[in-house]
Design a protein around this ligand. Structure first.
Ligand code: PMP
Length: 438
């Protein structure tokens, strides 16, 4: 090359930092790491949260009808803030559940999964320096999403209370300390993120706990971002209470849901937000300047799924009744498998996750003194590599400063076929036998 073009091409190589400052410190993602480990090593994957059983036939059929039926316009764009048949169904259903008339056009917005709903909320409401209260353990994306918006997450942990009489712990034994929660609200607090039923513990917040949160929201004039993606996955006759239905809360709450969890179709990525127009108008601004529009066919099929559920509401045929019934059985199998080998399960009241205590298995995976990595994370990596069983460390659901306080638990997903759960049981039994045999 002539020297002048050589020096030009050298100059063309960028030397200045290319990333925006808002990305600093949020580049790591637990799922990228653990999904890869599971794909490489696992024979039984109880890690990431998704069902390995098929979605209901009526929903698959609705998708096929939307895809190959007569209406070819379903292959084109639809309304930006939600396909009209879907927002109509969501307004009907949530209107009924929240006990108020909802306008499909202004009180509902469809998103690319609940994930994008969360992203819209943080972008729409959080300014530089605003504080956002996050209850630990939390679905991990809340923290980087708050930071990306310039906000400051403030973490308040649920505190475990040992159960009496040697009973197994329940997710209900993990509770907020009311004084601790109250002391974290300040003039800078803009919002609180609530996730009930909670991923990873499976805790279903009681009315009393929700009232405590609601009172603080009203007192300090704070928004509530309520992630209720597991709203239908509730066990033992427990009740799911929507915080937006409590006094003073409708006006300040965005309720988030997911068809992925509701109909066992996590790959469709259809989610939604429900709330007052005063809040949703700002979510629409974020949505129209980022994603703009979600896949029409998936929205059409989900709309038909909801139409069917509205027809069968409260009846035994309803998927919202059948799914938790099936999952409760799966939960109980996994509880038995874990309890039998001494990996003490914390019985979840909701969701399809279960957290178990690995303390009795510590002799298998010795601690590495001085290592920065929380013990449960090393344990989960060791387990998938050596036993073929994938799970997620609980410390992944805590902020950096609190990770090592909760480092002897792992989370399993039990939304799995009976055969998958049996295979997990076989691994655990064999492991226990190897541990105890001379
Ligand atoms: N919130 C919680 C608590 C979740 O567990 C998940 C999915 N794991 C999401 C939101 C995201 O849901 P979606 O797949 O609909 O984007």
């Amino acid at each position: 090359l002539p020297t002048h073009s050589l020096s030009l091409s050298l100059q063309a190589k960028m030397s200045r930092p290319v990333h925006a400052r808002r990305l600093e410190g949020i580049d790591k993602n637990i799922w990228v790491e653990f999904v890869k480990l599971a794909a490489t090593y696992s024979t039984v994957n109880l890690g990431q949260g998704f069902p390995d059983f098929p979605p209901p036939d009526f929903l698959k059929e609705a998708f096929v009808r939307a895809l190959s039926g007569g209406n070819h316009m379903l292959h084109q764009y639809t309304r930006a803030f939600g396909h009209p048949p879907l927002v109509k169904m969501l307004a009907q259903l949530f209107g009924k559940l929240l006990g108020r008339d909802l306008d499909p056009m202004t009180n509902v917005m469809v998103t690319v999964g609940a994930y994008q709903a969360l992203f819209c909320c943080f972008q729409a409401f959080i300014d530089e320096g605003d504080e956002v209260i996050i209850i630990e353990p939390f679905f991990d994306c809340y923290e980087p999403m708050v930071k990306m918006a310039g906000g400051m997450p403030v973490f308040v942990p649920l505190r475990p209370k040992p159960p009496k009489d040697g009973k197994l712990m329940s997710s209900a034994d993990w509770q907020l300390d009311p004084a601790e929660l109250a002391s974290n609200f300040s003039k800078r607090t803009k919002a609180i993120v609530l996730n009930s039923p909670n991923n990873p513990l499976g805790k279903v917040f009681s009315r009393g706990e929700l009232e405590l949160i609601a009172d603080l929201c009203v007192k300090h004039d704070i928004l509530c971002i309520s992630d209720e993606v597991y709203e239908w996955l509730i066990y033992d006759g427990k009740e799911h209470i929507r915080i937006a239905s409590l006094p003073g809360m409708w006006d300040r709450t965005v309720t988030i849901g997911s068809a992925g969890k509701t109909f066992s179709v996590t790959g469709w990525k259809v989610g939604w937000t429900v709330g007052p127009d005063r809040l949703l108008q700002h979510l629409r601004t974020v949505h129209q300047n980022s994603v703009y529009h979600c896949a029409t066919i998936a929205q059409e099929a989900v709309a038909q799924g909801f139409q069917r559920e509205l027809e069968f509401y409260g009846k035994p045929e309803s998927y919202f009744i059948q799914l938790p019934k099936e999952l409760q059985q799966k939960r109980d199998w996994l509880v038995q498998s874990l309890d039998a080998v001494g990996m003490k399960p914390i019985i979840p009241e909701g969701t399809y996750f279960l957290v178990a205590d690995i303390s009795q298995f510590k002799s298998n995976v010795p601690d590495v003194p001085g290592s920065d990595e929380p013990y449960d994370s090393r344990f989960a990596k060791w387990m998938v590599k050596n036993k073929g069983l994938a799970a997620i460390p609980l410390s992944a659901f805590y902020c950096e400063a609190h990770k090592n306080n909760y480092n002897h638990f792992i989370r399993f997903c039990f939304a799995k076929e009976e055969a998958t759960l049996k295979a997990a049981n076989d691994i655990l039994q064999k492991w226990k036998w190897e541990k105890t045999s001379p």
